[in-house]
Ligand binder design. Structure first.
Ligand SMILES: [Zn+2]
Length: 125
């Protein structure tokens, strides 16, 4: 995590991605590393784990205490995290429409669905 683009932008993308999956089914470190890798991002555990801990400190995700000490810590989204995610989804939809309009038009059904709880993106009009 050394270059400016990573620090200034990608870090934020990864956090949104984490919130998304923490809402869906919960995430643990190793799974999230593989998931981000699948999306083309190669993070080291040394980048991801502090990021998860920071998000937990902010109260956006919460780790369930593993029943056995060797089990992975599963992070799930909190109500505060859900609020953040709803807000970010609306911003994302609007921004995506602005900066990649053709991509959003192709996926406008998805955008409509995901923005149901928030402000309607222009793509849905
Ligand atoms: Zn994903």
């Amino acid at each position: 995590m050394s270059d400016a683009v990573t620090r200034e932008f990608l870090l934020a993308f990864w956090k949104i991605h984490i919130l998304h999956h923490a809402e869906e089914q919960g995430v643990y470190g190793h799974w999230m590393l593989e998931e981000l890798h699948r999306h083309g991002y190669r993070l080291s555990p040394g980048t991801l784990y502090p990021l998860l801990a920071r998000m937990a400190r902010r109260g956006w995700i919460r780790a369930a205490t593993p029943s056995r000490s060797r089990e992975a810590r599963i992070y799930r989204i909190t109500p505060a995290g859900s609020e953040v995610l709803t807000r970010l989804r609306a911003s994302l939809a609007e921004l995506q429409y602005e900066v990649t309009p053709t991509a959003v038009r192709r996926t406008s059904r998805t955008a409509r669905k995901s923005s149901a709880a928030g402000r309607r993106p222009r793509a849905a009009r």
